[in-house]
Ligand binder design. Structure first.
Ligand code: RIB
Ligand code: CA
Length: 312
């Protein structure tokens, strides 16, 4: 039985590997990819998502344009990490496959509301604006979803965009706040976890030596992606954030965490976008999030390499 998913994304090199992992995994049925402004503006994320689908030999995948900016904030992008194109590091040809006519937010609402209840999982890899707009359009959406699995937030690792906030949540904290209280089961994969899944020379060389195009392309993307974190944090490699969302669906036994309360700071300028995660249970606030903190790092890389090696 395949698991139907919608991927909401702002590619981004790490988003790209998450999309490749999903398209390489027969356990998952990618109903559509909805793009959002985040790492780079929307016109680039819609191009990048299609480039990645064509790299995977999956030009049949439906790709939609979503929001070009946050619900109420000014868009903040991250070219300093991902490069001007958002996919710097490996030259992929301009896409031939079309962008779908339908608006991405309408696709999310129509697909989820027309499917049997609790059968579709939404995998959020970028700012949560599209999901916020979908919830505004259809408040029942949350209860209709099987699960929302999102990369975002952080507690023990602090933030990567401000000292308090991780990028995906920082860009659109109002949308994130809506998601935390939308009625769907929410699994959050924060920096506390993704800062453990660091690239390394050996990992990147394993991709580069794959006898296909996907492997070397992934290696090129990772070479570029990791340089920011290595230079900024002096880390051994770059944290490959987004593929953890898909890996969690494929092998949940690789992950561990707690169901806790998470609230989003939307009022303070200083701590805008902070995920106030009650890991130690010091409040009696509702436990609304499955907050993952632990990952079998070797298992993660083994899964990613095994699956990407099956692509062309
Ligand atoms: O903070 C990391 C997250 O922000 C990742 O999803 C990355 O792609 C960017 O969207
Ligand atoms: Ca992303």
């Amino acid at each position: 039985m395949t698991r139907p998913i919608i991927i909401d994304t702002d590619p981004g090199q790490d988003d790209a590997l998450a999309i490749l992992l999903a398209l390489a995994s027969p356990e998952l049925a990618v109903l559509g990819i909805t793009c959002v402004a985040g790492n780079v503006p929307l016109d680039k994320t819609t191009i990048n998502a299609r480039k990645v689908c064509e790299l995977a030999g999956r030009s049949d995948t439906r790709v939609f344009a979503g929001a070009s900016g946050p619900l109420s904030r000014t868009l903040v992008t991250a070219e300093y990490v991902h490069g001007k194109s958002g996919l710097d590091g490996y030259e992929l040809p301009d896409p031939v496959m079309p962008l779908q006519e339908q608006a991405g937010v309408d696709f999310i609402v129509e697909t989820v509301m027309n499917a049997p209840a609790q059968t579709i999982t939404l995998c959020a890899l970028g700012p949560l604006t599209n999901l916020g707009l979908a919830l505004q359009a259809e408040p029942r959406l949350g209860e209709r979803l099987q699960e929302i699995v999102l990369m975002g937030g952080g507690l023990f690792e602090g933030g990567n965009t401000t000292p308090a906030a991780e990028f995906n949540i920082y860009v659109d904290p109002e949308a994130a706040d809506m998601v935390m209280h939308c009625g769907a089961p929410v699994t959050m994969i924060p920096l506390d976890l993704t800062h453990q899944t660091l690239t390394s020379d050996a990992i990147i060389e394993a991709f580069r030596s794959m006898p296909n195009q996907t492997g070397p392309a992934s290696a090129g993307l990772l070479d570029f992606f990791e340089r920011f974190d290595v230079e900024k944090y002096g880390s051994q490699g770059g944290p490959l954030h987004d593929p953890n969302v898909i890996a969690f669906l494929l092998q949940p036994e690789l992950y561990g965490g707690r169901v806790i309360n998470v609230e989003i700071e939307t009022a303070s300028a200083l701590t805008r976008g902070m995920t106030v995660a009650d890991w130690w249970g010091v409040t009696d606030r509702v436990k609304n999030v499955n907050y993952l903190r632990h990952v079998d790092v070797d298992g993660y890389w083994a899964l990613l390499q095994e699956r990407l090696a099956t692509l062309r």
